[in-house]
Design a protein around this ligand. Structure first.
Ligand SMILES: *Cc1c(COP(=O)(O)O)cnc(C)c1O
Length: 364
């Protein structure tokens, strides 16, 4: 008798490890492990969610029309060229399943977002990782990794977990160097946090051709990670494909209402962005003053580099004894680093103080 078996590549997938949220034996924890916004849920979104409680017997609008219209108005994009998903992860999976597959490779950078690897492998694609330069995606290396089998290239910009960013000129050079039949997916999950004038989230390249997609999320600055809402802006032909393959009711009725309200929350994005622009440098300088290397970041997190895996593990353990949960990134090939979300002013101060104490004691 043989038991049912999945395709062999499925068992080579390591399950995604999300940021932890509890420490055994500690009842008050500070969670800085998942890059959730520093300010919780937008009040209007919380109210909209509560108001939907009586409507939960109804199916959602499968086309998420009101939400797509609200996104379009907010970001000045054609709602017809937007598809919503159960988080942007959902969209990434659908793109891999539709455009990838056996003999249809996926290219990503060495320390790129791990969901690309999982989704591509699930689809049956081989994944090719291009080396980075100074923990930043390298356009020449990405282009050199492309072969006749390549069908998709994923670039998180800014990237998680490194925080690095490619300016528009570099992303445009990447697009220009790719074969026209390679779909370039620009994952702009942290776009709202970027203040650099040479940045562009992706819409410009989507509009410039028929082979670039931009993905966005409500999980970060919009404070709705638990609701699972993301979206893609894409050429009409890609939108048509996504609408054929996605689950018909992939965004719940409550998620649609909460997202629409989050978009309408006055000053919410500005508040999150301004806080991050103020406190990310404070966190960076505080860690550097303690003797920790911090990689430049355009996101709402920093990558703290402890030099060796043992030291990073010791720092993680020390933070945990104080109830602070950050993200170990060994799975990203960065075992000597920890990714730390920029939290509230108090949380930032506490991280600096705690890691300062760690460095003082571990220095001996
Ligand atoms: C957090 C994050 C996302 C968002 O995923 P959702 O499924 O929308 O919650 C996407 N890409 C990157 C690089 C991220 O860090």
């Amino acid at each position: 008798m043989t038991a049912p078996a999945p395709r062999p590549e499925i068992l080579r997938i390591s399950p995604y490890v999300g940021g932890e949220s509890t420490i055994q034996g500690v009842n008050r924890t500070i969670k800085l492990s998942s890059n959730e916004g520093a300010f919780g849920v937008p009040p209007g979104a919380q109210a909209a969610f509560t108001q939907m409680a009586g409507e939960l017997y109804r199916y959602p609008d499968g086309g998420a029309e009101d939400l797509r219209r609200a996104i379009g108005a907010r970001f000045k994009l054609d709602p017809e060229r937007i598809v919503c998903g159960s988080g942007s992860d959902d969209i990434i999976y659908q793109l891999c399943l539709a455009y990838g597959g056996s003999g249809r490779d996926v290219v990503m950078s060495a320390h790129g977002f791990s969901i690309y690897h999982i989704a591509a492998t699930y689809a049956g694609s081989a994944v090719v990782k291009a080396p980075e330069r100074g923990l930043c995606a390298d356009v020449d290396a990405l282009l050199a990794s492309v072969s006749a089998s390549t069908r998709l290239l994923f670039l998180a910009n800014p990237n998680n977990p490194t925080g690095s960013m490619l300016p528009y000129e570099e992303v445009a050079r990447l697009r220009a160097g790719l074969p026209s039949d390679v779909l370039l997916v620009l994952d702009a999950a942290y776009a709202e946090y970027v203040a650099r004038p040479d940045y562009e989230a992706g819409a410009r390249l989507v509009d410039a051709g028929d082979n670039t997609v931009m993905t966005r999320t409500f999980s970060k600055v919009f404070g709705l990670g638990g609701m699972r809402i993301g979206w893609a802006y894409a050429p009409a032909a890609v939108i048509d494909v996504l609408n054929r393959v996605r689950a018909p009711f992939n965004v719940s009725i409550a998620a649609q209402a909460a997202a629409i309200a989050a978009l309408a929350e006055p000053g919410w994005v500005e508040k999150g962005r301004d806080h991050n622009l103020e406190y990310r440098p404070i966190l960076t300088r505080g860690l550097e003053a303690a003797g920790i290397k911090v990689w430049p970041s355009e996101g709402n997190f920093v990558l703290a580099d402890f030099g060796t895996p043992a030291r990073a593990q010791a720092a993680d353990a020390f933070l945990r004894t104080r109830g602070i949960i950050v993200r170990a990134v060994g799975g990203y090939g960065l075992p000597h680093c920890l990714r730390i979300t920029v939290g509230t002013a108090e949380e930032v101060a506490l991280v600096i103080e705690t890691l300062g104490a760690f460095m003082a004691t571990s220095r001996g």
